[in-house]
Design a protein around this ligand. Sequence first.
Ligand SMILES: [Zn+2]
Length: 271
Amino acid sequence: MPVPRTYRAEGLVLKHQPLGEADLLVTCYTREDGKVRAVARGARRPTSKLVGHLEPLTRVNLSLARGRSLDQVTQAQVVDSFAALKGNLSAVAKGIYVSELVDGFGVEASANPALYHLALETLACLLPSDGQPESELPLRYFELRLLEVSGLLPELYYCVECRQLITPGDHRFSPNAGGTVCTQCAPPDAHLRPLSVRALKVLRLLHRCPLAELPPLPMDAGLARELKGSLAATVEFWLDQRVKSSAFLEHLRRAAETDTTLTPAANARAE
Ligand SMILES: [Zn+2]
């Protein structure tokens, strides 16, 4: 069956950049098609009906037309502009971090609805509740669940090397080897780091409990730093692996489509 020339998708705008005289190159993460990079023709003209609909951190309904290398946004309707979030600088910074990781882990033309819903779930919880202190816990939740929905969840109960059940106090953490490691094992190139009992407990809780239902967790600076270090190192490790492989796959895909290597701008002009 031929692929339809036009399609609709619901997505989160991750970023955009100017293209040509008045166009925008928009990167969205969609529920139906995974990551989509598309041209919005004339979207930088003040009179364009797309103005204001394709800002980063906006949930939109899109109509798109397939192009040879880049699709084209023909219509966009805002579902949620996250206006309250955008009024808080710290929440915006966290939202941009979420967007960057969705961009890094999301794959073009490969739907992962769990990743889409995780991004929306996290954005909805980035503003601190009334009376609650500022916390990066939603980001730690996002990092752990991002790894999970990408099939890369770190082990939190067994030693990744000897498969023995981890006992309290007898554990370390390896971003590279896939999670908890007992103190008897030392997998090669594991970049082992200490993992306290309380940090392990928080990681297990983040894995078990939806973000909106997390109880208030007393977090001192040391615990916050430990959680951030372990999760960020794991995300960065996999992102690096993924970026290398996805960049190579993208190169192959483009090479198969065209005999010459075109930049995105040249691709857009070629359509
Ligand atoms: Zn072990």
